[in-house]
Write a protein that binds this ligand. Sequence first.
Ligand code: GUN
Ligand code: ZN
Length: 437
Amino acid sequence: PTPDILALRGRVVTFRDNPFTTDPVAALHHEEDGLLIIRDGRIAQMGTYADTLRHLPADTQVTHYPDCVISAGFVDTHVHYPQLPMIAAYGEQLLEWLERYTFPTESRFRDPAYARDIARRFLAGLLRCGTTTAAVFCTVHPQSVEAFFSESERLNTLMIAGKVLMDRNAPPDLRDTAQRGYDESLALMTRWHGRGRQMYAVTPRFAPTSSEEQLELAGALLARDQTVFMQTHLAENLDEVAWVRSLFPARRSYLDVYAHAGLVRPRAIMGHAIHVDEPDLMTCHDSGCALAHCPTSNLFLGSGSFRLFDALDPRRPVRVGLGTDIGAGTSLSQLQSLNEAYKVAQGTGHRLHPVQAFWLATAGGAQALHLDHRIGTIAPGMEADLCILDPEATPLQALRAQSCDSISDLLFSLMMLGDDRSIRATYVAGRRVHERA
Ligand code: GUN
Ligand code: ZN
């Protein structure tokens, strides 16, 4: 069979290097008039339009996005698909918010038809925002996982997801047991991990809702397969941290509760990690686990400020990705996450450069997930998950773009003013899956 060929022309941005350890502008690769050739879902060629055109078979159509920025698709390293219907729930901080809004909503996912409907809306919503990979919490119900992976498989998106483990401190209809959680996770992991582009994450919700036995069994699941992911929450809120201290008095820190159970390792993703100390960050550095910075959520729930530049300290860098954390987060758009991440950095005495910001949302996120050999940058051999960004999506943005005289400026205006309207199109493994109306 003849290979599927696709050619995209526009302003290409990707990364040569980590902009947190080198000069950000030098870390960026920018082709003002670039051409991408995609074959069978992967990038085959990338370069200037003038030089790259000769690699294109004569009759191939070129899709031209003049004035648009072609980027790797965004990576969302922490999000809850079942919480989409309860985004923007008023008035509480974490623990009360979970009781009052989250648990009742998650109870509805016992119904597979409801789960399918929300999974569809969620994945369509991500693609509409240019996000092509996410690490996703389902609910305690195995059918919520089945619904999610089925829809992701249909779209061919690279997704990480898992069944929430929760055997205490939750409503009875949302509790499993240590053994049942193990058995159901193992069955889902066997069925879905590595099937097409789908990958499984063992998903203990957080330390307060899992017994020590359940955390140990989560560790046993992970010990079966080094390529399986782990996702949970860590030190998000001060009341939560105090609760964990009282539930696990023998542990030095919240992170040590997870470490003791064998959960702190490569491909483990800890959401939030606001109230952590230097020994915790050292443990993260040594273990290869990742932290998910969730700025819209942290501001919404009043949880505190993630110390991004401490985590990334080049003397012991920790892997960090960006998370929307819907439904505590307030937008599915990673542009909106970056908008808030910039302000949080300002508030902690740091400046998040736009090139650093876009790296976090793409290549950095991929690196945090140990997937940087497949996604997160645009280069030959990489999987063609892309978003096409329009810096002039609204009259205000069109006005602002007129006075942008560098690519950094343009990226900054996109992250401060942009949202789903900024996404002209989204491609997944070389196939267009979203186009703005
Ligand atoms: N901690 C435990 N569960 C949750 C959740 O669903 N959302 C957030 N933001 N924090 C949590
Ligand atoms: Zn979360």
